[in-house]
Design a protein around this ligand. Structure first.
Ligand code: HEC
Length: 144
């Protein structure tokens, strides 16, 4: 019991070291840009399927939505105080001055990417709804 408590304390201490506020702020712009790039790759693959340039594949389409949804779920945590600058970030100051609005945009993106894809028609409508978030959030919360 004592032993496991000590191990737990060590693990907790170690995780504080690795995700301390200073480091999180320093890495956050690069991390969120990497997540957004994966997001963009998933969108491109889905768009090709929607346009009929690649054959419909239910598993691949669902995977694309999972990738976007995972990005969406983490996104709200990738803009800590102090990460307004760095790594050539294009995050707009409005993220921090209008946090409630940004959180609502993230929540909408999470909802719209949690769709279940069963056939090409469901992919088309779910994709349209999910992809509309990209432009609207970038317009409000990303700099030119
Ligand atoms: C809730 C807001 C939000 C949504 C939704 C969103 N983005 Fe972004 N995106 C951002 C912000 C903010 C940045 C700038 C991040 C930075 O530079 O720190 C960004 C940056 C990017 C980048 C540039 C990454 C880089 O290398 O600098 C790409 C590509 C991108 N988004 C694609 C997408 C696509 C595709 C979608 C829709 C499927 C999407 N985004 C949805 C907020 C959003």
């Amino acid at each position: 019991m004592f032993q496991s408590t000590r191990i737990l304390a060590a693990v907790v201490a170690a995780s504080f070291v690795s995700i301390g506020p200073a480091q999180a702020a320093g890495d956050a712009p690069a991390e969120r840009q990497a997540v957004m790039k994966q997001n963009g790759a998933a969108v491109r693959a889905l768009a090709q399927m929607v346009k009929g340039q690649t054959p419909f594949d239910a598993a691949a389409a669902q995977l694309g939505f999972r990738t976007m949804n995972t990005a969406a779920l983490g996104f709200g945590y990738m803009f800590p105080q102090g990460s307004e600058t760095g790594s050539k970030t294009r995050a707009a100051p409005s993220i921090w001055s209008d946090r409630a609005g940004f959180d609502a945009a993230v929540a909408k993106y999470i909802a719209d990417t949690s769709a279940t894809i069963s056939d090409l028609d469901s992919l088309k409508s779910a994709f349209g709804a999910a992809a509309s978030n990209c432009g609207s959030c970038h317009k409000a919360y990303r700099t030119k």
